[in-house]
Ligand binder design. Structure first.
Ligand SMILES: CC(C)(COP(=O)(O)OP(=O)(O)OC[C@H]1O[C@@H](n2cnc3c(N)ncnc32)[C@H](O)[C@@H]1OP(=O)(O)O)[C@@H](O)C(=O)NCCC(=O)NCCS
Length: 172
């Protein structure tokens, strides 16, 4: 289980200059954890570095670097609409398989929550109900389940239910 995070771990907000690293980690995520994402490797692997630069500029993405190599990512977005801007969501959470269990995931969620606390009051996320590792990570970071979306994802002829989780930020 998670030891204290490695000394060389750095989590930071990615910008357009990080487009190559963002592309690498995003494609690794789509390849290694296809069930955890709405998009697919097939849809994105032909996109140029410039397309990833635009994507990373238009969204808020945190990258986790170990010895300066990108090894994880987490996205954050504030909801749109006058009555919803007090809410944000975490999306596309991923840590490379070789560095799991060392606290990298915790550090990514912590960075996203710290940023979120400056602009929203609560953060929601969705996670497939059999994703034990991610659910345990989110619970460790104070997320609580408030519902289940049945058949939230359709893959081929099969479906996956998703847990709906929320973290209120009043203590951050
Ligand atoms: C979920 C994921 C991001 C966790 O990243 P990680 O860096 O290994 O997580 P951490 O080392 O920070 O672990 C933090 C906590 O999460 C829980 N956890 C992590 N991996 C776990 C596992 N395999 N089984 C049970 N609990 C686990 C533990 O509570 C752990 O803390 P502890 O060890 O002190 O108890 C990673 O497994 C991953 O990228 N999975 C594939 C993509 C994915 O599922 N993304 C989420 C989509 S919603």
């Amino acid at each position: 289980m998670a030891m204290s995070a490695p000394h060389s771990l750095l989590v930071r907000h990615l910008g357009p200059d990080d487009a190559r690293d963002y592309r690498d980690i995003r494609l690794a995520a789509l390849k290694n954890a296809p069930d955890a994402f709405g998009s697919t490797y097939e849809e994105e692997h032909t996109l140029s570095v410039e397309a990833f630069a635009k994507q990373v500029e238009a969204t808020t993405v945190f990258g986790a670097f170990l010895d300066k190599q990108i090894r994880g990512m987490a996205g954050f977005a504030r909801q749109q609409g006058r009555k919803s801007t007090h809410k944000g969501l975490i999306w596309a959470m991923f840590v490379a398989p070789t560095v799991r269990g060392q606290g990298v995931g915790l550090a990514l969620v912590e960075a996203a929550l710290k940023h979120a606390a400056t602009i929203v009051e609560q953060v929601t996320l969705k996670v497939v109900t059999d994703n034990v590792a991610a659910i345990a990570l989110y619970e460790a970071m104070g997320f609580k389940t408030y519902g289940i979306e049945p058949k939230a994802l359709k893959v081929g002829n099969g479906y996956a239910d998703e847990l709906l989780m929320v973290r209120f930020l009043d203590d951050l």
